[in-house]
Design a protein around this ligand. Sequence first.
Ligand code: ACO
Length: 220
Amino acid sequence: MSEAAEELFPSRHPGWPASPGPLRVAAGTVALRPTRLRDASAWSALRLRDRAYLQRWEPTTTGDWRDRNAVLAWPAQWSALRGLARRGSALPFAITVDGRFAGQLTIGNVVRGALRSAWVGYWVAESRSGGGVATAAVALAVDHCFTRAALHRLEATVRPENAPSLRVLEKTGFRREGLFERYLDVEGDWRDHYVFGLTAEDHPEGAVAALVRERRADYA
Ligand code: ACO
């Protein structure tokens, strides 16, 4: 729904569907949009190729990586995400670079009422990494969550060893709030995670505007 349409017909789940961006960074022009059924082949190709790079950081799941990331596995995953979005508990975005599928950014566990909070998680294809894509994607999502999606707080949990992800959160203004010990089953064991938080008050000018001011990104 467009911003104008949202004003006329306020949604029960504000801020969805949405396509925040674009924003230009070293790697190209970054934007977010809802994941689509037809992302299957691009999603699967990247996930199968980048297995070693992704698996280290993702929750342990049953079954073989090739089966779970095959083209045929996407419709069920996409449909589950779409169901969560329709119920207002997630904003499942694809990250695109120059219009091509390059990863995912998910806003999950959206809780409204007096909390108005959610978590953010993301991955970017290895071939696109190191060029500011995740930083741009997180900044676009932060601004979207604190404006159109009417949230007040975002949370992210990261393993202390995940230097690139820690840097993404630092560049987008998240505060480290503590350590969750033995928090999540990753790569077959319970792993400690830092917890990071950000509230709307932390970014009075907006996360994208801060990146642009710091010359990390430019309006496309
Ligand atoms: N040590 C320190 N810094 C590093 C290292 C390293 N080994 N490797 C990269 N970096 C820095 C980069 O230099 C860059 O910082 P800079 O701009 O100051 O130079 C930063 O880390 C990465 O920033 P981006 O380029 O915006 O991020 P990118 O598009 O490369 O994506 C991401 C980062 C998403 C973590 C990617 O590496 C990835 O998908 N990894 C696998 C999955 C994953 O770890 N997802 C995050 C899980 S945690 C969560 O979702 C909250």
